[in-house]
Design a protein around this ligand. Structure first.
Ligand SMILES: NC(=O)c1ccc[n+]([C@@H]2O[C@H](COP(=O)([O-])OP(=O)(O)OC[C@H]3O[C@@H](n4cnc5c(N)ncnc54)[C@H](O)[C@@H]3O)[C@@H](O)[C@H]2O)c1
Length: 259
């Protein structure tokens, strides 16, 4: 636990998967959690569930790839809560393909939502993180930011950009009281990862076979769970990791180190 009462935590992509688990985790520490998502219904559902459980939360609609929308999100949050202390810049999309199959539109979509979205979120929230006195930014990168994998060239390039951006922000703001770190998850079973395999699968049996193929690559022989990623985001986003900045932490069942 970390006492986050009186603090505001902004989570992008909080309507689903890993983001939703991150929102839940910070709410348990008494923070006001902002559930931001491009899908207003899932953002409302996430915030509504937290409020119903007696936690502090609000929902905001945002498209992280749109400068005005991000500015509006930050304005709304600061109008309501007066501050932003931790940002989990987590929203992202999968775009599949090697460079021969990727169109320029696919490439731009992967980079614009994942990498530019992370930049816009960090830039718009930074003045408030500086005011916080102990601001923390936690990006959701991926193991593909640190190691190659077939068929995800644009997604991997975008996640690599997030890893580099994490280190740059850490370097620029280390002496100003704002830390920047990233998590690099391996395969976590969420709507994002399932849709990836559903799109490739010929039928249900082939879908199960594809999912089994993923697990086989992992030394720990299982998928990651969203709360397991959220726990590390919480660690990096609170004073529990007060002397850590510029780190990209794999959470991957041993994939990168042991294969
Ligand atoms: N699931 C995995 O295996 C895995 C592995 C490594 C990294 N990641 C990363 O984790 C993050 C969360 O992924 P997830 O698996 O929970 O996916 P998900 O699809 O379940 O959730 C992503 C959320 O982001 C939102 N979103 C998408 N585009 C947005 C935009 N432009 N503005 C605001 N919100 C937007 C979606 O509506 C959705 O609610 C992503 O950055 C993803 O790349 C996932």
């Amino acid at each position: 636990m970390a006492d986050m009462s009186g603090k505001t935590v902004l989570v992008t992509g909080a309507g689903s998967g890993i983001g939703r688990a991150i929102a839940d985790r910070f709410a348990q520490d008494g923070a006001t959690v902002v559930c931001a998502d491009i899908n207003p219904e899932t953002a409302e559902a996430a915030a509504g569930e937290l409020l119903a459980g007696g936690f502090k939360a609000l929902a905001v609609e945002v498209d992280i790839s749109n400068e005005e929308s991000v500015a509006h999100m930050v304005e709304t949050v600061v109008d309501i809560t007066g501050r932003i202390d931790t940002v989990a810049a987590n929203a992202g999309v999968m775009v599949e393909g090697d460079i021969l199959s990727l169109s320029l539109d696919d490439w731009n979509r992967a980079l614009t939502i994942n990498a530019t979205g992370a930049f816009l979120t960090a830039r718009a929230t930074m003045p408030h993180l500086l005011n916080s006195g102990a601001g923390a930014l936690v990006f959701t990168a991926s193991t593909v930011a640190l190691s190659g994998m077939r068929g995800v060239a644009a997604y991997s390039a975008a996640k690599g950009a997030i890893a580099a951006l994490t280190r740059q922000i850490a370097a620029d703001f280390a002496d100003k009281g704002v830390r920047a770190n990233a998590v690099a998850p391996g395969a976590v079973r969420t709507p994002l990862s399932e849709s990836q395999f559903r799109a490739r699968a010929r039928d249900d049996a082939h879908f199960d076979e594809l999912l089994g193929g993923v697990i086989a690559r992992y030394p720990m022989q299982r998928w990651g769970e969203s709360p397991e990623i959220a726990e590390v985001v919480h660690f990096l986003g609170t004073a529990r990791s007060a002397w850590m900045t510029g780190q990209i932490l794999p959470i991957d069942g041993g994939l990168l180190e042991l294969r």
